[in-house]
Design a protein around this ligand. Structure first.
Ligand code: PLP
Length: 352
C-alpha cells in the first residue's frame, strides 16, 4: 500500500458518493480498453458503452458525456427553446447546483413544485401548466430527479412517477429524468432502468457516483434527440478524444458494481439508526430509501460539527446551519461505519 493510500484509508469520507477511487479491477479494465478518437467517432469502447446503455434503458440511442451536469443541460437545451418554462422541484439539482445552466444555456425559466422529499403529484402538474396565452412562458419540459438528492436519496413510487409524466405528456410537455442515481433506485426497488426510462423522452445517468467510476454520464433517448445532444456536447466543449479509457470504467461499474449498492443502502440505514439514538438529533428513519442520510444537529452548529468530525478523520458535509449529510458509497465499508458511529454519536451528544 502506498503512502497516499495509507493516509486515505485513515479518513472515512461520507461527504458524497463521488469521492470513490477506481478499484484495481476497474483500473485494469481502463488500461486494457481499446481506444480511438471519439470526436472522429471511432472509439470502440465508447461505442460499446453507448450501445449497452441504450439497451439497458430501452432507448434508441445514447451519448457519453463528461458529467451529470452536462448530461442534464444538453437534454434541457435539446428539448426546449428560449423563453420556455421548466417544471421541476425547487430542490432539484438542475436548478440548485448546475450554475444557472438552464437560464444561461437554454434561456429557460422555472415553475417549482415544493412537495416533501422531492415528490409532487399529477394534480400539481396540471395546476402548474400554463394556458396557451401569449403573455405566459410556454410550459415545455417536466424534470424528475430519481433518486432525489436533496430529498434524502428518496425513490419515486413508480405509479406516482407514471401518473405525473402521463399527465405532463397528455398536456403537451416533454419529460426528462435526472437519473444521476437511477442505479440506486433500481437496486432499492428491483425496477429495471428501462422501466423507469419508459416514462421519459430523455434520461441522464451518472457513472461517477454509486458505480465508482472516475467520471462520465450517459444521455439516452430517441435517435434524433441524442443526435442533438451529441452536437451540443461538442458545442459545450465536452467532446473527448480517447475517452474509451473512461467508458471502460463506466462499463466495469455497470457490470460489476450495481449489485453491491444494496450494501450502501444497508449501511445508510445502520448509520441513520445510530444517529437517531442521539437525543438532539432529528432524523426521519422512514425517509432513508437508499444511500443518503440527512439529519438535523439540534442546537449544534453544523459547520462546527463538520470541522470537529473532520479533525477525528470522519468527513461529512454541513448543508445548512443545523443540517448535515452523510452519503454511503464504495469509499466506505462496514469497518469504517463501525469506526464512524462512535465519533458521530459522541460529537452529537456533546462529548467530543
Ligand atoms: C441528482 C444529481 N444530478 C446531477 C448531478 C451532476 O453530476 P456532476 O457532478 O457529474 O455534474 C448530481 C451531482 O451530484 C446530482 O446529485
Amino acid at each position: 500500500m502506498g503512502i497516499y493510500h495509507a493516509c486515505m484509508s485513515q479518513i472515512i469520507d461520507l461527504r458524497s458518493d463521488t469521492v470513490t477511487q477506481p478499484t484495481a479491477r476497474m483500473r485494469n479494465a481502463m488500461m486494457d480498453a481499446p481506444l480511438g478518437d471519439d470526436v472522429l467517432g471511432d472509439d470502440p469502447t465508447v461505442h460499446r458503452l453507448q450501445e449497452r446503455c441504450a439497451e439497458l434503458f430501452g432507448k434508441e440511442a445514447a451519448c457519453f458525456v463528461p458529467s451529470g451536469s452536462m448530461a442534464n443541460q444538453t437534454c434541457i437545451r435539446a428539448l426546449t427553446a428560449p423563453g420556455d418554462e421548466i417544471l421541476a422541484h425547487e430542490n432539484s439539482h438542475i436548478y440548485q447546483y448546475e450554475a444557472g445552466g438552464p437560464a444561461a444555456l437554454s434561456g429557460c425559466t422555472f415553475a417549482f413544485f415544493r412537495g416533501a422529499r422531492g415528490f409532487f403529484t399529477s394534480e400539481e402538474v396540471r395546476q402548474a401548466i400554463r394556458p396557451d396565452d401569449h403573455h405566459f412562458p410556454r410550459s415545455r419540459l417536466l424534470v424528475i430527479e430519481n433518486t432525489n438528492n436533496r430529498g434524502g436519496g428518496s425513490v419515486w413510487p413508480i405509479e406516482q412517477l407514471a401518473d405525473v409524466t402521463r399527465t405532463a405528456r397528455d398536456l403537451g410537455l416533454r419529460c426528462h429524468l435526472d437519473g444521476a442515481r437511477i442505479w440506486n433506485a433500481c437496486a432499492a426497488t428491483g425496477t429495471r432502468p428501462d422501466e423507469w426510462a419508459s416514462h421519459f423522452d430523455t434520461v441522464s445517468a451518472c457513472f461517477s457516483k454509486g458505480l465508482g467510476a472516475p467520471a462520465g454520464s450517459i444521455v439516452v433517448g430517441d435517435a434524433e434527440t441524442v443526435n442533438q445532444v451529441h452536437r451540443l456536447r461538442k458545442m459545450l466543449g465536452g467532446a473527448m478524444r480517447q475517452s474509451g479509457f473512461l467508458a471502460a470504467a463506466a462499463l466495469h461499474g455497470i457490470e460489476h458494481h450495481r449489485d453491491r449498492m444494496a450494501d450502501d443502502h444497508r449501511r445508510a440505514r445502520r448509520l441513520a439508526e445510530a444517529l437517531a439514538q442521539c437525543p438532539d438529533t432529528n432524523i426521519d428513519l422512514d425517509a432513508i430509501d437508499t444511500n443518503i442520510v440527512y439529519f438535523d444537529t439540534g442546537n449544534h452548529d453544523a459547520h462546527e460539527m463538520q470541522a470537529m468530525f473532520e479533525s477525528k478523520h470522519v468527513k461529512l458535509l454541513a448543508l445548512g446551519p443545523h443540517r448535515m449529510r452523510a452519503v454511503l458509497s464504495m469509499a466506505v465499508d462496514d469497518d469504517d461505519i463501525d469506526r464512524a458511529i462512535p465519533v458521530l454519536q459522541d460529537g452529537l451528544k456533546g462529548n467530543a
